[in-house]
Structure formats: C-alpha cells, structure tokens
Design a protein. Structure first.
Length: 347
C-alpha cells in the first residue's frame, strides 16, 4: 500500500513538473521515467524533531538553500528530458498574506481594510497576480491563546473581498479565527494539537462561514504556517493544494515542492522567497537568471509593504513572473489524471 502511494505521488509530481510541456504535447509521459526526474519528485518522510531543528539552523546559516536543493534537482530533471529547452522564466505563485489581517482590530490604522485596499490598488496597477488567505472571523489578540472574543466579517471587508474577486485575486482558506493554541512565536498554531474530529469540526465551520461570503477555496494556507503532519490527510481530503511558508520548517522540516502527497499538493515556500518583498524580488531575479522554469511559491506580508514605497515597488515588480493561481490549479488537476498507460518504471 505504501509503495503504491509512493509510486502514485511520484507519477503525479512528474506530470506537475512537466505540466506545460505535457499540455503542449512537447513531451510524452513515457519520457518522464528518468532517474533525475524520479529524484526530483520523490516524496520524503517528515524528519525527526532533532533533524527539523538542524535543518532550521542550516537554512539560517545558508548551508541549506532552496536554490541549491529543490531548484537544482528540479532543473536537472527538466534538462534530462528537455535539454536546452528546459530553461525559462520562473512561474511565481505569489501569496500576499491574509485579509482580514489577524491584527485588523488590534491595530486598524496599520492592518485595517483601508490599508489593504491601498495595497491592492498598487498591485492591480502593477499587474501582480496573487493569492490572499481569508479567515471568516477576526479575533481579539489572536497571538494570545488565553484571550477571548471574535467577530464575523464586517460589511466593508465583505465589499472589499467582492472587489478582489472581481479583480481576479485568488482566495485561500486560512483557518477559522487565527487564534493560536500555543504560546511562543515559534510555536504558534491554530491547528496543531487538535484531534482529527476537532480539526474537522473547525474546518467545516470555517468553510460554512466562508461559503456565506461566496468564498469556496481549493487552496489552504495554515495560520502561522504550522499544523501537525498527522493532520495532513484531513486537509488533503478538503483542499487541492496546501501552501505554507518558512515557518513550516519547525513542524514538518524541509521538503521539495510543489509535490503530491496523497490527495493534495504540498507547496512550501522557504526563505529567501518567504520574506520582505525586496528579498523576494532579488530571489526571483536570480531564478530568472538561472532559467528556473518551475512552479515556485513566493510569499510576503502585505501589511509590511503598504507603507514602504520601496517594498511596495518591489512587490509590484514581481508581476513580471507572477502566474495566475488558476493556471497552477489547472496543472494540478491535469497531473492527477493518469494518461493512457501511465509512466513506465524503466529508466
């Protein structure tokens, strides 16, 4: 059973890696059985707590880098199949944080609806295609697990969400209320520690309240980028893609992505592509210079950009590489469908 799942994950991930070429008829599924492709699309186990902490330190020190790990493996796979045609611009899948911002009520001058509207206008003018994660409730002091109190979305927030939909912004589910269950900035999570039943109840309630606002997302972004890996199956049952940022290292460790894991695609985003817009822009330029024609996650917090003209300009400059999330979801769905004959296991 585990071997069959591993094989299915790998075959789907291969098709996702080569989705543009498969759609154009430039390659056949039978060409994706090379050793380099298998290595780039291998789903790895979640490492031990000690190993996760080591990976965190190695990434902070520069010894473990997304560009030298995931990008090099994926591009080696593409070159093995496509030769010189493997190179091209990166296909950035940009996430701009959450709306309403978790601190919308605690600091409305900085995190309120008017500030996000200003950010969105700038990104619309720049042509940036992006995703925003949505919670149906706004909590009072969400970083304090002992705090209480929340409210539903206000009319001004619902009106802005409707405008975002009209302007082509993609929505992701983002939990119920962004209330952490754990203290300590490095441990915060709305979901970690919940039983499967409690998790399902919380996700059901969030989906019901989002649907009341005509939001039915197929992408999930865990609050604080953290959840228990034992919760994966419940998340994958509901969403096509689970995307998280650099904080996922603490709970899950380093993984390549996007890769299929069971019934959903895991889309991690690590530094330098998860950080301030100027840092993300520098990383995007480096990927472009390297010809890294890959699906690549990029993430920043809109509230840290909107009052900084330089950061706002850097975020807008990402439009050059930003790819509609709808295109990625179409590739995910196509990769889930096994073509006639599947992928040969012969090298």
């Amino acid at each position: 059973m585990a071997q069959d799942l591993s094989r299915r994950n790998s075959e789907r991930s291969r098709r996702l890696l080569f989705s543009p070429e498969l759609a154009a008829g430039a390659v056949r599924p039978s060409q994706l059985a090379r050793v380099e492709v298998r290595e780039a699309t291998r789903t790895r186990h979640v490492p031990s707590l000690l190993s996760r902490r080591l990976q965190r330190r190695l990434m902070a020190g520069g010894s473990l880098r997304f560009e030298r790990e995931t990008v090099e493996r994926a591009m080696a796979a593409r070159r093995a199949v496509l030769g010189d045609a493997a190179a091209g611009p990166p296909r950035l899948l940009v996430r701009a944080g959450a709306f309403p911002h978790p601190l919308a009520d605690d600091d409305p001058e900085r995190h309120g609806t008017a500030r996000f509207a200003a950010f969105h206008r700038a990104m619309l003018d720049a042509g940036l295609r992006y995703l925003v994660a949505v919670t149906p409730r706004v909590s009072h002091r969400p970083g304090d697990p002992k705090a209480e109190g929340w409210r539903p979305l206000r009319d001004d927030e619902l009106e802005l969400l409707a405008q975002l939909r009209h302007d082509g912004v993609m929505f992701a589910a983002h939990g119920l209320d962004h209330r952490t269950r754990r203290r300590g900035e490095a441990r915060r999570s709305e979901l970690a520690g919940l039983s499967r039943r409690k998790l399902a109840e919380r996700l059901d309630l969030a989906a019901e309240e989002l649907a009341a606002a005509a939001i039915r997302p197929t992408v999930f972004v865990p609050p604080y980028d953290r959840f228990d890996w034992s919760q994966w199956d419940e998340l994958a049952r509901r969403y096509e893609v689970v995307a998280a940022g650099h904080g996922s290292l603490d709970a899950l460790g380093y993984h390549d992505g996007p890769l299929w894991r069971g019934d959903a695609v895991w889309m991690p985003t690590y530094a330098p592509l998860d950080g301030p817009p100027a840092q993300v822009l520098e990383a995007a330029r480096a990927l472009d210079a390297a010809g890294a024609a890959l699906w690549v996650g990029a993430a920043f917090d809109w509230s840290r950009a909107v009052d900084d003209p330089g950061a706002l300009a850097a975020a807008g400059a990402l439009a050059r590489w930003s790819t509609p999330w709808e295109a990625f979801l179409e590739a995910v769905r196509a990769s889930a469908s096994e073509p006639g004959g599947g992928i040969s296991s012969r090298p």
